[in-house]
Ligand binder design. Structure first.
Ligand code: 7TS
Length: 416
């Protein structure tokens, strides 16, 4: 086991920070301390350059032109699909569907899986930890089909109660949808084990990887996930693009989501023959530059030794938890044994929005509110938390700045 000091020394954080131009900017006259990475993280220069280069020299529409630029844009777009496939170790690039983000990926999966497989009396199993985007799409399709949404509970640390989860995997359950990492609490779920439990009952599993992908190396085949979703803007790529991974056989069995160009082989007024996967699920002109940017983000992530990145991030999170929990009157919400990237907290007699506003005046960006996970807030009997969320470019100095500014919040409120 490496010492904490050597873990911090092993990761060249100052050099990494120089890859992200925005990190050297000032906010309200103070150096930016960006701790809202769970909402969206910042973009390194190679991603910015790839987008600029794409529009400067490579742009046209994809999959339709005989001309040079259309061929080039198609090549770049499909190259990005292969990069995603390799990054998450999917079996084939046909299993990678480009969508707008994690939200659209779950909506797509819920709609088409539900249309094909859900009937009156069936159940969909989720957990109490989910982001709204892994609740509402299932609620909508359950309502349409007369199916029931069931929710596996979490314990006081913010961990899914695995025995309850397992016992709720009854023969009525047609699919389970679980987050890999919770955005509100940072809990890392044992998704491989949960998938095994579901597969023993022949129940497929969708994993919401939106918060896992920036912190963990994910291998969808090792997990044996049936669907895995994530957003590019949370893995240092551009907004407006994300990925729905699905096992080929499962995707092939499902009807299309939207109709339009590119998702067809032939159309007459009498009958349309749909395209093969993944194109069957990609109607219309896609977000080409987004895919190119995501591809560049993946190249960037591949330039790191991930054992070093993960050790650094874990050491930073532990350091932050230790320093923050020294503050009197502050309580951390979410104390799971396995966590990644997030510290949610509340302060005695001070509303999280006030904490966020005062920290902002110090140049520190955090998120406050329910984090689109209202049931998690309800579980802990609070309306909101303040959430500091980290990326590998954050530093111990930034944690010190956070702690000092929280002390300042306390001083201000001591006088009101
Ligand atoms: N799933 C999880 C676990 C998330 O954290 C988010 C976004 C989504 C799905 C939806 O991702 P999108 O890219 O489609 O919006 N989470 C957050 C957050 O924690 N703060 O802002 C967005």
């Amino acid at each position: 086991m490496n010492s904490v000091a050597s873990i911090f020394d092993a990761f060249p954080v100052d050099k990494v920070r120089r890859d992200f131009p925005i990190l050297s900017s000032n906010v309200h006259g103070k150096p930016l301390v960006y701790l809202d990475n769970a909402a969206s993280n910042q973009k390194p220069k190679p991603v910015l350059d790839a987008i600029q280069d794409y529009y400067t020299a490579q742009h046209s529409n994809v999959h339709r032109g005989v001309h040079f630029l259309s061929g080039l844009a198609t090549e770049k777009y499909e190259e990005a699909r292969i990069k995603v496939r390799n990054y998450i170790n999917a079996g084939s690039e046909n299993e990678i569907i480009f969508v707008r983000g994690a939200t659209e990926a779950i909506n797509l999966a819920a709609a088409v899986f539900g249309k094909k497989n859900l009937e009156q009396g069936d159940e969909v199993l989720i957990t109490e930890l989910e982001h709204h985007s892994n609740i509402v799409p299932w609620q909508m399709i359950c309502e349409e089909k007369g199916a029931r949404l069931r929710v596996a509970p979490i314990n006081d640390s913010g961990e899914v109660m695995l025995d309850k989860f397992e016992s709720m995997l009854t023969s009525n359950v047609k699919i389970a949808a679980i987050s890999h990492v919770s955005n509100a609490l940072g809990t890392v779920n044992p998704v491989k084990q949960m998938i095994e439990m579901a597969h023993r009952k022949k129940i497929p599993v969708l994993v919401d990887g939106a918060q896992a992908m920036p912190h963990l190396r994910v291998d969808v085949r090792d997990l044996d996930a049936d669907f895995y979703v994530f957003s590019s803007h949370k893995v240092f790529g551009p907004t407006g693009i994300g990925v729905l991974y699905g096992k080929a056989q499962l995707l092939e069995s499902l009807p299309p989501y939207q109709g339009g160009g590119d998702m067809i082989k032939s159309v007459t007024f009498e009958k349309t023959v749909f395209n093969d996967i993944p194109y069957k699920f990609e109607a219309g002109t896609p977000h080409i530059e987004g895919a190119v940017g995501l591809g560049a983000a993946i190249d960037y992530l591949n330039s790191f030794d991930w054992r070093i990145v993960q050790d650094y991030e874990q050491a930073l999170l532990k350091f932050a938890e230790k320093e923050i929990s020294k503050i009197d009157g502050l309580k951390i919400i979410g104390t799971a044994k396995e966590k990644a990237g997030v510290i949610s907290f509340v302060m005695e007699d001070i509303h999280p929005h006030d904490v966020g506003t005062i920290l902002d005046s110090e140049g520190i960006a955090i998120r406050t509110g329910h984090h689109c996970a209202q049931p998690v807030m309800e579980r802990f009997g609070i309306p909101a938390t303040a959430r500091a969320s980290f990326a590998f470019y954050n530093t111990r100095e930034e944690i010190h700045a956070l702690v000092q500014s929280i002390q300042k919040v306390k001083e201000i409120f001591a006088h009101v």
